[in-house]
Design a protein around this ligand. Structure first.
Ligand code: HEM
Ligand code: HEM
Length: 206
């Protein structure tokens, strides 16, 4: 029997998230292929990777705009604010739960409510991924897309090299975020609970 049912993921967030996840996965696959491409071999044919990477990059960027504007205009933005308040003690509590408590069947230290959709670890990782990582990824990506628009030299190295290295580092860090994100998404009431929420919009607990 369902003991708690909360509507936490409005349709626009679910659509944004689906487009974001799909384009992100295609960007990772084509980005890795571009990075390891050589004259005679690449995982995905070079020209195809460039076209897919560029198209997905533009879709992801427009979609990112939807996320930022949506969060400004709707109540969803409150889940990304005040993330610094009591940050370290809260993170520690959540970390101890994931490391020990969860295996002893203890209750979640920050139960999900209408006002608290994310636990502190989720909150801080989403804020960093969405408001620090994504802008850097998009800016560095556009630097690579329009190299004629960027400075010739930044910090005494070629501007293009600067944007390229930044793009590769942020792409890598966000890919690691995705792996952790997928794992923490299995830590709801049951392994499938949070995935189901992102499909039907409802968070359910038994
Ligand atoms: C998950 C997201 C992304 C990952 C993991 C990623 C990764 C990469 C990697 C590894 C490369 C090859 C760089 C090299 O080896 O020198 C690359 C190239 C490039 N990336 Fe990304 N990237 C992502 C998103 C984006 C976005 C959002 C944009 C633009 C807004 C973008 C634009 C570009 C451009 C223009 C290139 C040069 C090749 C081309 O024209 O397709 N990327 N990316
Ligand atoms: C295959 C890929 C992905 C899957 C299966 C997935 C799964 C999920 C699930 C189940 C949730 C709901 C649980 C929760 O609220 O924490 C969620 C939320 C979220 N995911 Fe993902 N995700 C994926 C990719 C991504 C990527 C690439 C990003 C960002 C770069 C991302 C950012 C977020 C954010 C910000 C939320 C919270 C949205 C909100 O309610 O405001 N996800 N994801």
């Amino acid at each position: 029997m369902v003991s708690k049912k909360l509507y936490l993921y409005p349709i626009w967030i679910r659509l944004w998230h689906a487009i974001n996840a799909l384009t992100f996965l295609l960007l990772v696959a084509t980005g890795i292929s571009l990075h390891y491409a050589s004259v005679d071999s690449s995982l995905i044919p070079f020209q195809i990777s460039v076209v897919i990477h560029n198209i997905c990059a533009i879709i992801l960027t427009i979609n990112y705009g939807v996320f930022v504007i949506g969060n400004l205009l709707t109540g969803n933005g409150m889940f990304y604010s005040k993330w610094r308040k009591n940050l370290w003690p809260k993170l520690w509590k959540q970390f101890v739960f994931y490391a020990v408590g969860i295996f002893k069947g203890e209750p979640h230290p920050f139960p999900i409510t209408k006002k608290q959709k994310f636990n502190p670890l989720q909150k801080v990782s989403y804020v960093f991924a969405m408001y620090f990582g994504m802008p850097l990824l998009i800016i560095s990506g556009f630097g690579l897309m329009f190299p004629e628009k960027i400075s010739n030299a930044i910090f005494n190295i070629s501007g293009l090299l600067f944007y390229d290295v930044l793009h590769i580092i942020v792409g890598f860090v966000l890919s690691i975020f995705l792996v952790i994100h997928l794992y923490t998404c299995t830590l709801g009431d049951k392994p499938g609970t949070l995935f189901k929420s992102m499909i039907n919009g409802y968070h359910e607990e038994h």
